[in-house]
Write a protein that binds this ligand. Sequence first.
Ligand SMILES: Nc1ncnc2c1ncn2[C@@H]1O[C@H](COP(=O)(O)OP(=O)(O)OP(=O)(O)O)[C@@H](O)[C@H]1O
Length: 242
Amino acid sequence: MSELLEVRALSVRYGATCGIAEAEISVPAGGVVSLLGANGAGKSSILKGVAGLADAQGEVIFEGRDLSRASARERVKSGIVYVPEGREIVTALTVDENLTLGGFLLDGRTRAARRSAILDLFPEIANRTRAPAWMLSGGEQQMLAIGRALMSGPRLLLLDEPSLGLAPLLIRRVFERLAQIRTETGLSILLVEQNYAMVSRFSDVLYFVRSGQISGHRLASEIDMSEEARRQLLESYLGARH
Ligand SMILES: Nc1ncnc2c1ncn2[C@@H]1O[C@H](COP(=O)(O)OP(=O)(O)OP(=O)(O)O)[C@@H](O)[C@H]1O
């Protein structure tokens, strides 16, 4: 696989606090790469840095183009879309209005075609298009958040803890849909996710994030075969921030 995204020496700061320092990450075209680590390790900071939503230094090379200085909006136009933790859909707006927001850069015909494909993918929200988003369940809201992100036709989805607050059955459903989208569209995903059962099934590569740095990476397939890889995995989950 060729590289879709190359992140080089990415550092994100919040004033005096370091979110992530000198991160190096590659996401292959069509691949799923997961960031694993304890709370506060710096995983979301990486996603925000790639999305252009944080004060970042370093390089973000996407499809061979240097987007390091590009605004968040330009990155969305280039095909990088962030789905934040906690979903952040507009709960006062209807399902349809939220989808329209996700496709605000599109012409009317493309928007209608995408909307219809997304509602096919998420039948749970297809018959609720006129309902305000606050009336949806947590799982349905997550589907809407992913659907809204897909409206712009991204090449890379930055997905922050999609399973947060969802029941196991819904977590499985959300990941099944993501797998389907990936197969159908070749979408790449950079994922932050605490549910390791889903991560291991869904990812190609795992990056371990500890105390604001990347401590290593492994092929997901190595975890079952290598004691050393399992130790790295455990440490990344347990690693407290210094
Ligand atoms: N907006 C912010 N302002 C100040 N500090 C922040 C901000 N966002 C994150 N941080 C700090 O940056 C560090 C990394 O946070 P980040 O959210 O990237 O970690 P994370 O691994 O995604 O954690 P979690 O799994 O809990 O979401 C933490 O020390 C956190 O307190």
